[in-house]
Design a protein around this ligand. Structure first.
Ligand code: BEZ
Length: 211
C-alpha cells in the first residue's frame, strides 16, 4: 500500500555500501532522508549522488541522515561508487542500499509501473525523529533532484515541528513565516513576541521565531 504523509516509515534491514543497516538504528533520534535511484551507472543519478555527497555537511548540520537505494546489487554499487568519486569530486559518504530483490523499493512503493516496470522513480522520503513520514516527493527518472530545495523543505519541516507556524511560497530559512490559524491573537502575543502583521485576519505574518 502507498505510504502517505504521517504514516510510520516502515523499518527494514538491508545490505548497503556501508554494511548491513537497520533503518531505525541508523536514524537514531534524528531525521532521515531516504531516496531512490532508478539504476546504477546512469548519468543523472551519478550527478545526484555526487551532489548529495559534496553537501552532506549541510544535512549533518540539520541532523538529517542520508540513505539512498538502487535496485542493483552491492558489487554494482561498489563499481559505481568509484565512478562517482572519479567524476563528481566527492566519495559516497552515506549508505547506498543494494536492493536487487526490491524489498525496500516495494516497501516504499518506489516502482511505478506506469513509468517503468523495473526501475524505481526518484522518490524522496523525509522521516522525522518520531519515525513518521513528513514529506514525500516523486520525480520521474529524467529529472534530477535539487539539493537546495531538499534543504529548504527540511528547514521548513524542522521549523514547523517546533513552532505553530507555516512557511509561505518560496520561503527560505530566515524569511518571515505565517502564524497558523490554531493560534488566537491572544495566544500569539505570548508565542510571537516580535509581533505580527495581519494582512488579513487569516494571514498573519511574523519574523521567523527561532532567529
Ligand atoms: C539517469 O539517472 O540518468 C537516468 C536513469 C534512468 C532513466 C533515465 C535517466
Amino acid at each position: 500500500m502507498a505510504i502517505r504523509l504521517g504514516d510510520e516509515a516502515p523499518n527494514f534491514t538491508a545490505e548497503t555500501t556501508e554494511g548491513t543497516v537497520d533503518l531505525y538504528d541508523y536514524l537514531g533520534d534524528g531525521w532521515g532522508m531516504l531516496f531512490s535511484h532508478p539504476k546504477d551507472f546512469t548519468p543523472v543519478c551519478t550527478t545526484e549522488l555526487g551532489a548529495f555527497a559534496r553537501r552532506k555537511g549541510e544535512f549533518d548540520e540539520r541532523n538529517v541522515k542520508l540513505i539512498g537505494v538502487s535496485v542493483d546489487p552491492l558489487d554494482s554499487h561498489e563499481g559505481w561508487a568509484k565512478d562517482i568519486a572519479e567524476t563528481q569530486g566527492a566519495e559516497l559518504n552515506f549508505p547506498l542500499i543494494a536492493d536487487p530483490d526490491r524489498k525496500v523499493a516495494d516497501l516504499y512503493d518506489m516502482i511505478h509501473p506506469n513509468a517503468n516496470d523495473t526501475m524505481t522513480v526518484r522518490s524522496v522520503f523525509i522521516i522525522g525523529p518520531d519515525k513518521k513520514v513528513k514529506l514525500i516527493i516523486t520525480y520521474p527518472a529524467s529529472t534530477g533532484r535539487n539539493v537546495d530545495e531538499l534543504l529548504r523543505v527540511i528547514d521548513s519541516l524542522q521549523l514547523t515541528a517546533g513552532y505553530q507556524v507555516a512557511t509561505p511560497v518560496n520561503w527560505n530559512d530566515g524569511d518571515d513565516v505565517i502564524i497558523t490559524a490554531a493560534v488566537s491573537d491572544e495566544d500569539a502575543k505570548e508565542k510571537f513576541p516580535k509581533g505580527w502583521t495581519a494582512v488579513k485576519p487569516y494571514l498573519r505574518v511574523t519574523p521567523q521565531p527561532n532567529k
